[in-house]
Ligand binder design. Structure first.
Ligand SMILES: *[C@@H]1O[C@H](CO)[C@@H](O)[C@H](O)[C@H]1NC(C)=O
Ligand SMILES: *[C@@H]1O[C@H](CO)[C@@H](O)[C@H](O)[C@H]1NC(C)=O
Ligand SMILES: *[C@@H]1O[C@H](CO)[C@@H](O)[C@H](O)[C@H]1NC(C)=O
Ligand SMILES: *[C@@H]1O[C@H](CO)[C@@H](O)[C@H](O)[C@H]1NC(C)=O
Length: 486
C-alpha cells in the first residue's frame, strides 16, 4: 500500500515535472529577443539590458549572396563567390564587435544585377533566398540587421524605378493624374506597400521564421535618404507608410532612413544643416520623426560630399569636418524629439578618417553614457576585400589596420562600457558593477571576445584564418546552402 502510494506520488511528481519541463522548453522556444525602446525612452534595450548600436553599412550583401557559384581558379570577375565575400565581411565585423548591419532589402527592376523585384509584384526567388541566407548568417554571427525597404536614389532601382513602373502602366484617360513623384503617386504608393507586405510576411527558407517575426532583424528604414519636392509630400508619405508597416509588423523598430536635415519645425536648428540647399528636399528632422509609428530617429553626415564635392561648393578639411559634425550631432541630440537617435550613415575619405571617426563615435557614445538620446553609430561602409571601393568610403578590415583597431576599440567600449581609458577613468565601484552585469557575461560568451579580445591582440594571420576555419562562422561552403533548404 505504502509502496504503491509512494510510487503513485512519484509518478505524479514525474508527470508534473515532465509537464513543467515541456512548458519551460515551449516558453523558451517561444521567447524572442527583439531589440526594443528602453523604458527611459532614450535608448534601445535587448532583454532589459542596454543595447547600443555599433553598426556598419554594407548595402550590397543580398545581391552578392545571390551569386553563390564558387569562383573558378582564374576568376577575375568580382561577381563570383558572393557568399564567401559576405561571410568574410560578417566575420570581420563580428571580430570588431559590430552588432548591427544596415543593408538593402530591395533591388528593383529587371535591369539591375540580381534584382529582387524584377517587375512590380514579381520576385526572383533566388535573390529572396539570398536575403534569407544573409539574415540567417547574421544570426549566426550575432549581428542584427537594419533593413532599408527602398531607395530614394536611383541606385538599386528605388523611387525612380517605381515611378517608371507607374508611368508605364498609367492610363491617361483614367482620371488619375500622371505620376510625377514617387511620394505622391498613388500607383507608386500601392506598389511600395505591396512590396513591404511581401517582405514582412516572407518566410525565411533557412530559419523557417517570417521576417516580421525574426528577432535578428533590428528594424527597418522606410526608404534610404528620402528627398521629396515638398515637406508636405514627404511627411504624409512617411506617416502613411509607417502606419501601414505597423499594421503588419508590430514587433520591429521602424525609422525613416532620412538624412535628417532640419526643417521649418525647428528654425533655430536650421543653421546646423550643411547648407541652404537642404531646404528644398522636404526633410524636417523633428517633424518627420515625431510621427508616432516611427520608433527612433536617424540622420546621416557626409562632410566630404557636402562640402568638398559640390553640394555646398565649399571646402572643409578634417578639423572643419570634425567641428561641423560635432555641432551637427549635438543639434540632432538636443532637438525636442524624445526618441533614441542613431547616426545611421557617416563616412570619411582619405587621411583624416580615423581621427574624424573617433570623434564621431565618441560624441554619440558619450551622449548615451550620459543618458542622452545618442543610441548608436553606423559607419559607412565595411567592405570585403574583393568589393571595389566604389565611393572611396570603403573600410577594409583588417587591411586598414588603424581604422580596424579603432573599430575594435569602439566595439570593446560598447560591449563592456568599462570605458575607463576612454572616459578618463570610472570609479572602481563603477568598474566592478559594470564587470558583474549581464552585459559582461554576454561579452565573455561571445565567440569574438573569447577568441580575440581576452587573450591578447590577435595577429593578423590569426584573424583571417579565424573566419575560414571556424565551422560555425560558415566559411565558404556551397553545400551549406542546399543542406539547409527545407
Ligand atoms: C578561365 O579559364 C577557363 C578555362 O581554362 C577559360 O575558358 C576562361 O576564359 C578563363 N577565364 C578568365 C576570366 O580568364
Ligand atoms: C578575392 O580575390 C583574390 C584575388 O583576386 C582571391 O585570391 C580571393 O580568393 C578572393 N576572395 C573571395 C572571398 O572571393
Ligand atoms: C500621358 O500624359 C503624360 C503627361 O501629360 C505624357 O508624358 C505621356 O506620354 C502620356 N501617355 C500616353 C500613353 O499618352
Ligand atoms: C556537396 O557535398 C557532397 C557530399 O559531401 C558532394 O558530393 C558534392 O559535390 C557537394 N556539392 C557541392 C556543390 O559542393
Amino acid at each position: 500500500m505504502m509502496r504503491a502510494r509512494s510510487r503513485r506520488r512519484r509518478h505524479a511528481l514525474l508527470a508534473a515535472s515532465v509537464a513543467l519541463l515541456a512548458l519551460a522548453s515551449f516558453a523558451r522556444a517561444e521567447r524572442r529577443h527583439f531589440v526594443r525602446i528602453a523604458e527611459d525612452g532614450t535608448s534601445f534595450a535587448l532583454d532589459d539590458t542596454d543595447f547600443y548600436v555599433h553598426g556598419f553599412n554594407q548595402v550590397q550583401l543580398m545581391s552578392h549572396a545571390a551569386d553563390d557559384a564558387p569562383a573558378p581558379q582564374n576568376a577575375s570577375s568580382s561577381h563570383q563567390n558572393g557568399r564567401a565575400k559576405v561571410l568574410e565581411v560578417l566575420g570581420d565585423a563580428e571580430m570588431h564587435g559590430f552588432n548591427v548591419l544596415r543593408t538593402w532589402a530591395f533591388n528593383d527592376g529587371i535591369g539591375m544585377w540580381n534584382a529582387l523585384q524584377v517587375y512590380p509584384g514579381i520576385y526572383d526567388e533566388k535573390v529572396f533566398r539570398a536575403l534569407d541566407w544573409l539574415l540567417w548568417q547574421c544570426r549566426r554571427h550575432k549581428i542584427r540587421v537594419l533593413l532599408a525597404l527602398a531607395n530614394s536614389w536611383s541606385e538599386y532601382g528605388g523611387a525612380e524605378q517605381y515611378l517608371e513602373w507607374a508611368r508605364s502602366r498609367h492610363d491617361n484617360s483614367s482620371g488619375e493624374p500622371y505620376p510625377t513623384s514617387f511620394y505622391s503617386s498613388l500607383a507608386c504608393r500601392e506598389m511600395y506597400k505591396r512590396f513591404v507586405r511581401k517582405l514582412l510576411t516572407r518566410r525565411n527558407v533557412y530559419t523557417g521564421v517570417e521576417y516580421r517575426e525574426d528577432d535578428y532583424i533590428f528594424g527597418f528604414d522606410l526608404i534610404n535618404e528620402p528627398r521629396a519636392h515638398t515637406a508636405g509630400e514627404l511627411h504624409s508619405w512617411t506617416r502613411e507608410m509607417a502606419d501601414f508597416f505597423k499594421s503588419i509588423d508590430g514587433n520591429h523598430l521602424l525609422t525613416s532612413g532620412s538624412e535628417g536635415f532640419f526643417g521649418p519645425s525647428t528654425p533655430d536648428l536650421k543653421k546646423f544643416n550643411p547648407g541652404d540647399w537642404t531646404s528644398t528636399h522636404g526633410n524636417d528632422f523633428y517633424r518627420n520623426h515625431a510621427i508616432s509609428s516611427l520608433d527612433f530617429a536617424v540622420f546621416h553626415v557626409y562632410p566630404d560630399t557636402w562640402f568638398n564635392e559640390g553640394e555646398g561648393g565649399e571646402t572643409c578639411d578634417t578639423d572643419c569636418a570634425i567641428a561641423f559634425t560635432q555641432d551637427n550631432i549635438r543639434a540632432h541630440l538636443t532637438s525636442p524629439l524624445p526618441k533614441p537617435v542613431v547616426l545611421e550613415e557617416v563616412g570619411k575619405k582619405g587621411e583624416g578618417r580615423d581621427r574624424y571617426l573617433e570623434e564621431v563615435f565618441r560624441a554619440m557614445h558619450d551622449s548615451h553614457i550620459d543618458g542622452g538620446y545618442g543610441a548608436g553609430t553606423i559607419v559607412w561602409q565595411l567592405s570585403p576585400s574583393n568589393f571595389s571601393d566604389v565611393d572611396s568610403f570603403s573600410i577594409y578590415l583588417p587591411e586598414h589596420q588603424s581604422t580596424s583597431s579603432l573599430m575594435r576599440e569602439v566595439g570593446v567600449r560598447v560591449a563592456s562600457r568599462i570605458a575607463s581609458a576612454y572616459h578618463g577613468g570610472l570609479s572602481l565601484a563603477g568598474w566592478v558593477s559594470h564587470i558583474t552585469n549581464a552585459k559582461i557575461r554576454r561579452f565573455f560568451g561571445n565567440r569574438f571576445w573569447r577568441k580575440h579580445i581576452l587573450p591578447a591582440k590577435p595577429a593578423a594571420a590569426e584573424v583571417s584564418s579565424f573566419a575560414a576555419s571556424d565551422p560555425s562562422a560558415g566559411g565558404p561552403k556551397v553545400n551549406d546552402t542546399s543542406a539547409a533548404l527545407p
